[in-house]
Design a protein around this ligand. Structure first.
Ligand code: ADP
Ligand code: ZN
Ligand code: ZN
Length: 736
């Protein structure tokens, strides 16, 4: 291919990608240039020679070809880390769509001028024995926050102040008397220093059990061998984190670095501290609450070789480690690993690609693997390891019962609580233990519909039903539109209009009525929209300030409440009807995780799953904690309907404010797709109006193409991208 021009960015920063310079590639360099290569080129009026990176090639230039400058040289220092990330960005653009600039912005660090930010630490100033005595005292006083702080001080002498406040949830007011009495001191250090401090006693390493040892040695021999990705399937509490840490220790000893991805919601203080205790100041963490400056400091630290391990959510994937050895993705099945913005990349595939470019290895782990990953593991694409027992002896799996809600109805119980759940709730409260009630929905009473004509009241801007809130208004969860509940049906004028369904607010009200003595807390999107409220609710519950916590998804992830012995899942089916081919998988993993909340410590746990479809395989398999049983059903269904992972699927969303323009483009897409698919290997669906056909007055059409191979889909995507989309129509690709 003739490609006489190179697109070059000077500096490897976020903002630099908005200033791309074109250079002519001189004959003698044409063999050496490649994507991601570092080059030397003249810049500005004085033609000062500076370093830059090639981010693309073009056949044409928008400038006067006579005035365009020439590349001076290609640096022959191998592929620098920046080059690897640029190549990763090119792969992401190709696979997930969007522009190269969008991909580069995702991948490249936001670089600031490096300055050592001062960071605050709390340092214990009393002896261990004194600390224990204080702990006993504050336990007696029942001052829970101070108890947590003292417990943490027993484990680590130096605690990052930010973590004490955010993760340990101890307020400044609770710390102050400790500072005044000299129990601890507030010290400021440069953020490049250890967040744990030199004085921190390294944590004792657990002695790995046989299953863990087998996993470690298997993973290490894969690392010394072909470095195909490894899958670690281990039940909750089987000790996966210990396995990760042991493998990292050995790989770090060879001078290589590791990235550990953990979903933000599960990035708890305990987890982070476990890593700090083992690896000290060689560990850092990024998360969404860090400022851009703090994040950039940590990334720069990683690039300069000052770190061995970076822990964080999805975006930590792009940590610029110079000698990357491992990317570990814990809770691999989590939906949060899929980006919601362009490029809509998936962390698992992107990690595997990055490892391929860097010569590193990916480790995926979960108790409830995604069907896609498990399928690939079964096909031998991944090395596979399993751990089937809990690592701590005293903790046992909870007992699970399914209650058939149809039977309840037959017996005359129209409430949302089955008789069995009510009975167990009463017993649990009597024993002074705690209860989690889980509901997969928010809002007061779902939506409002007409009993005469059956139509639900919809948002005038979006094609979705409005949800009732307790303040008596109807709200659209897509665009925020708000209106009063109508007295008559907007469609037929009938007065028989009513709400149905159940929301967390309603459950909360019902529980309070049933057990007036019990303290009830609620956690959902509405109660946690304010910053910090999430942690406040959890800490109140952990401190025993309430007996019952009612909530949505948020309460099932990553939090340990040792006194919770009963988990009630009120309507297991709701996520089954949420649409999408992954509904069964979501249901199974939600139910399994929710059930896993019960009896985490030595107290035995009970779980009640209420369902209208108790014989659905997702519900049944979750109740018996049977992943394999679930998987074989699920994969059969995917095969029959040709869904991923058995088939690859390209999705295209076409949007426009002009309905006609969107429709015309949809037809063009269909024609182009048929034209492309000469050999007939593609299965084409649509374009059709999306199930939510209109959001915020923007019309939406969806188009799918399925194929057993990926390449024909990528080819189709390239051809569709080359269409003339005009100014009125926007599009977005998604590859699964
Ligand atoms: P997972 O990540 O699989 O849920 P963790 O690694 O968090 O499991 O381990 C669960 C608990 O068991 C933790 O408290 C951990 O310290 C403990 N644990 C793990 N491995 C061992 C072991 N070999 N011996 C004793 N305790 C262990
Ligand atoms: Zn009506
Ligand atoms: Zn709306």
């Amino acid at each position: 291919m003739l490609r006489p021009y190179a697109d070059v960015i000077v500096d490897i920063t976020h903002t630099a990608v908005d200033r791309v310079f074109q250079y002519e590639i001189p004959e003698e360099l044409s063999e050496q240039v490649r994507l991601g290569a570092r080059v030397r080129a003249p810049f500005g009026q004085g033609n000062r020679i500076r370093d830059g990176y090639i981010i693309g090639f073009s056949e044409k230039t928008d400038y006067d070809p006579l005035k365009i400058k020439k590349l001076e040289a290609v640096c022959e220092d191998g592929m620098p880390i920046e080059g690897q990330l640029i190549r990763l960005a090119a792969w992401m653009k190709e696979r997930y769509g969007g522009t190269m600039i969008q991909a580069l912005k995702t991948v490249l660090p936001v670089k600031r001028k490096l300055k050592a930010v001062e960071k605050k630490y709390l340092v214990r100033k009393v002896s261990r024995e004194e600390c224990e005595a204080l702990l006993a005292l504050y336990r007696k006083k029942n001052q829970k926050a101070r108890v947590r702080l003292l417990e943490a001080f027993l484990e680590d002498e130096t605690l990052p102040y930010e973590m004490v406040v955010q993760k340990l949830r101890v307020s400044a007011a609770s710390v102050r008397p400790f500072l005044e009495q000299g129990i601890c001191a507030l010290e400021t250090r440069s953020s490049f220093r250890s967040p744990v401090g030199e004085g921190a006693a390294p944590g004792e390493r657990v002695r790995l059990n046989e299953e863990q040892l087998a996993a470690v040695s298997g993973i290490l021999s894969a690392f010394r061998g072909d470095r195909r990705p490894c899958y670690l399937h281990g039940i909750t509490g089987s000790g996966k984190t210990e396995v990760y840490m042991e493998v990292i220790r050995q790989v770090a000893a060879e001078g290589k670095q590791a990235i550990v991805l953990i979903p933000e919601i599960a990035l708890t203080w305990q987890t982070v501290m476990r890593f700090y205790r083992q690896f000290g100041d060689r560990v850092s963490i990024v998360h969404s609450r860090l400022s851009a400056g703090e994040k950039s400091d940590q990334m720069e630290r990683a690039r300069r070789g000052g770190l061995d391990i970076m822990i964080g959510p999805r975006s930590a994937l792009f940590t610029p480690f110079p000698n990357l050895g491992l990317i570990i993705i814990d809770e691999e099945h989590e939906a949060a690993y899929k980006s919601e913005t362009v490029p809509r990349y998936h962390a698992v595939d992107t990690a595997i690609k990055r490892c391929e470019l860097a010569g590193a290895m990916t480790i995926l782990g979960s108790a409830t693997p995604s069907a896609s990953s498990y399928y690939r593991a079964q096909n031998g694409e991944y090395h596979f390891f399993q751990m089937k027992t809990r690592a701590k002896e005293e903790s046992t799996l909870p007992s699970v019962e399914i209650v058939d809600l149809r039977e309840e109805l037959k017996a005359g119980n129209r409430g949302i609580f089955s008789r069995r759940l009510k009975e167990l709730m009463g017993e649990t409260l009597k024993r002074g233990e705690q209860i989690l009630l889980f509901l997969n929905r928010r809002g007061y009473a779902g939506f409002v519909s007409c009993r005469s004509c059956g139509k639900a009241v919809k948002c005038p801007h979006c094609d979705v039903s409005l949800k009732v809130h307790r303040d008596g208004t109807l709200k659209c969860h897509y665009c925020g539109y708000e209106t009063a509940i109508p007295k008559a049906c907007p469609s037929c004028g009938s007065g028989y209009i009513a709400g149905f369904g159940t929301g967390t607010q309603k459950v909360e009200a019902l529980v309070k009525a049933m057990f007036p003595e019990a303290g009830v807390l609620r956690m959902d999107m509405d109660t946690t929209s304010k910053k910090g409220s999430h942690d406040a609710i959890l800490s109140a519950f952990a401190d025993g300030k309430a007996d019952i916590l009612v909530g949505t998804q948020m309460i099932v992830k990553g939090h340990d409440f040792p006194r919770v012995t009963l988990v009630g899942i009120l309507a297991a089916d709701l996520s089954l009807y949420s649409g999408g081919y992954e509904a069964g998988e979501r249901t199974f993993s939600l139910l399994t995780q929710a059930a896993g909340r019960a009896g985490r410590d030595s107290l035995p746990g009970h779980v009640v799953i209420q369902s209208y479809s108790p014989d659905n395989y997702s519900v049944e398999a979750a109740a018996s904690q049977d992943y394999e049983g679930f998987y074989w059903h699920e994969i059969l269904y995917r095969k029959l309907l040709r869904y991923p992972p058995v088939y690859r699927m390209l999705a295209l969303l076409i949007t426009s404010r002009e309905e006609e323009a969107a429709e015309a483009m949809a037809e063009t897409v269909r024609r182009k797709a048929e034209e492309t698919d000469v050999s007939g290997v593609l299965e084409l669906l649509g374009p059709a109006k999306a199930s939510v056909a209109k959001i915020n007055d923007v019309y939406r059409y969806l188009f799918y193409a399925k194929c057993e191979e990926e390449e024909p889909l990528l080819e189709l995507k390239r051809r569709l991208e080359a269409l003339d989309w005009g100014k009125q129509v926007q599009y977005q690709f998604d590859m699964e």
